[in-house]
Write a protein that binds this ligand. Structure first.
Ligand code: ZN
Length: 151
């Protein structure tokens, strides 16, 4: 029968969990004086050899549990993978910041370019209009009139 009031969290003096590396270890008292179970609060792996007469006895038993070499190897691999993930994450964030900065530059250059092209196009129209007006004036001035023909 589980008595939730008999749970002590973060039991002091416990080594990290040999399974997951967790540091929050709890003791649950199922029956005072006979049944003190100790387990990791993260993965719930407990001391497999059974329960204990006191918290102190449970802690001693917990701390003498040897970590298997396979667990140590797997934990090393997990930590290395985590480190690699963190480095990639950092690189990714820095690269994204550079990308956003480059996109802003591109956008600014693009709008400046299209503004200049519009100005140049407007300028061409003005020049063309001036040329049309000048041509019309020249044509008018050089077209022989009736008076010229008759004279
Ligand atoms: Zn654990």
């Amino acid at each position: 029968m589980i008595d939730l009031n008999g749970v002590t969290n973060n039991v002091p003096g416990c080594l990290p969990c040999p399974f997951c590396g967790g540091t929050e270890i709890h003791i649950q008292i199922f029956s005072e004086g006979v049944d003190h179970a100790i387990a990791c609060s993260a993965c719930f792996m407990g001391r497999s050899s059974g329960n204990f007469y006191s918290d102190a006895e449970a802690v001693v038993a917990w701390n003498t549990r040897a970590e298997s070499s396979e667990n140590a190897k797997l934990r090393g691999e997990r930590d290395a993978a985590r480190e690699e993930r963190d480095q990639f994450d950092q690189w990714n964030r820095e690269t994204n910041a550079k990308l956003r900065s480059a996109e802003k530059c591109l956008e600014a250059a693009g709008s400046l370019l299209s503004e200049r092209m519009m100005q140049e196009r407007a300028c061409c129209f003005v020049v063309y209009q001036i040329w049309l007006d000048a041509k019309a004036a020249y044509d008018t001035a050089t077209t022989p009139t009736k008076a010229d023909k008759n004279g």
